[in-house]
Ligand binder design. Structure first.
Ligand code: NAD
Ligand code: DAU
Length: 351
């Protein structure tokens, strides 16, 4: 049995689906079901006795303690977070609350549970914290990619809150001996990605005939990894990672945002051409830049490859094609996440 938090979100949802496709080990899935949590992502698991979705907050120590006592998991994997940088700029409060205070409460509940285990269970137990490359700050052109030795220099309320949570996890290992692992991953893309993030937003807006809003000059660089490769890296770190270590996860796929948008448009031109014969690129609009926008992220994932033998399975070309095709094949999933709350967000951000 494992306990996953945030398993109705983008990466957590993919993780749970992949886990149960590969193992029979059951999953308790604790998710607050915020705007970003969507049980429809897990629809194929309905009636599957190996999966239990519990609606609740990682900050609810009593609830977490009760779940741990009842289900006796051998590991906790923490995906739960507020994850969208732009939302953190408009309203940092929720980010502090969930990402920092929530992680603290979760760590305390897990520590109490872990301390009461017998010696064998105690040794086998793992707490894996899923974090981001954004904690390292921003790179200039030509700088080497982030390694695990880089300084932590977060620039947005989101990345600062994630950095704080990473520090708490580290401290719970050094002070209390909690057997933790941390992963710092680059930008993910793939199925079930909420359409407030760059790639799904561009696909959804393109198909709806709407503007494709590119921030600033569109030359900011991100390092893209197909979500299922992130999930395989987490499984590898969980099983073979060294306690107390952090592992960078990335796909060696640095791309400028404008190139990403062009690629999405070209794939849509091929797979679902516009009825007027024009390219979706005509819908690109340059809009005001994100405040404090990090210019470049790049992940050096050699430690994970060298120590644990992990490599991504997808190239950007194969992964982005699968992703665009998935959105074309799943219009109902998209329609259902575009709730009232989603429309309010789009109005606030792009008005
Ligand atoms: P997401 O926003 O799609 O999903 C987050 C999930 O957490 C949602 O299901 C939400 O309901 C749940 N949640 C939020 N607050 C909660 C709380 N207090 N208690 C319980 N559940 C709560 O995020 P994602 O993109 O899937 O990211 C998952 C994790 O991976 C995050 O920790 C994020 O920082 C990290 N990460 C994301 C990326 C990326 O590119 N998306 C890259 C690296 C790391
Ligand atoms: O690097 C990992 C991080 O990647 C994760 O920790 C975050 O949870 C995840 O949201 C993501 O953060 P980004 O800010 O990089 O992702 P986002 O999709 O919001 O933006 C990607 C880039 O595209 C960024 O440079 C901003 C730009 N952008 C984004 C949107 C939504 C645009 O140009 N236009 C847009 O409308």
């Amino acid at each position: 049995m494992i306990l996953v938090t945030g398993g109705a979100g983008f990466i957590g949802g993919n993780f749970v689906l992949d886990w149960l496709a590969l193992h029979d080990e059951p999953v308790i899935n604790l998710d607050k079901l915020t705007y970003a949590g969507n049980p429809e992502t897990l629809q194929s698991l309905q009636g599957d006795p190996r999966h239990t979705l519990v609606q609740g907050d990682i900050g609810d120590r009593e609830l977490v303690a009760q779940l741990l006592t009842q289900h006796q998991p051998r590991a906790v994997i923490n995906f739960a977070a507020e994850s969208h940088v732009d939302r953190s700029i408009h309203g940092p409060g929720e980010f502090i609350h969930t990402n920092i205070v929530g992680t603290y409460e979760l760590l305390e509940a897990v520590r109490q549970y872990w301390q009461a285990l017998n010696a064998t269970e105690k040794e086998a137990f793992r707490f894996l914290h899923v974090s981001t490359d954004e904690v390292y700050g921003s790179l200039a052109k030509g700088d080497p990619a982030f390694t695990e030795q880089n300084h932590i220099e977060p620039n947005s309320p989101y990345s600062a809150s994630k950095a704080a949570s990473d520090h708490l996890v580290r401290a719970w290992h050094h002070t209390y001996g909690l057997p933790v692992l941390t992963t710092n991953c680059s930008n993910n893309y793939g199925p079930y990605h909420f359409p407030e993030k760059l790639i799904p937003l561009m696909i959804v807006n393109a198909l709806a005939g709407k503007a494709l809003p590119v921030y600033g000059d569109g030359q900011q660089i991100r390092d893209w990894l197909y979500v299922k490769d992130h999930c395989s890296a987490i499984r590898r770190v969980l099983e073979t990672g060294r306690l107390g270590e952090t592992y960078n996860v990335g796909g060696w796929n640095e791309k400028a945002n404008l190139d990403i948008v062009h690629t999405v448009c070209s794939l849509l031109d091929e797979l679902r051409p516009r009825t007027d014969g024009k390219s979706y690129k005509d819908q690109i609009t340059f809009v005001t830049d994100r405040p404090g926008h990090d210019r470049r992220y790049a992940i050096d994932a050699r430690k994970l490859e060298r120590e644990l033998g992990w490599k991504p399975a997808e190239t950007f070309e194969t992964g982005i094609r699968k992703t665009v095709q998935w959105y074309l094949d799943n219009p109902d999933w998209v329609a259902h996440v575009q709730s009232g709350a989603y429309r309010d967000w789009v109005q606030k951000q792009y008005a």
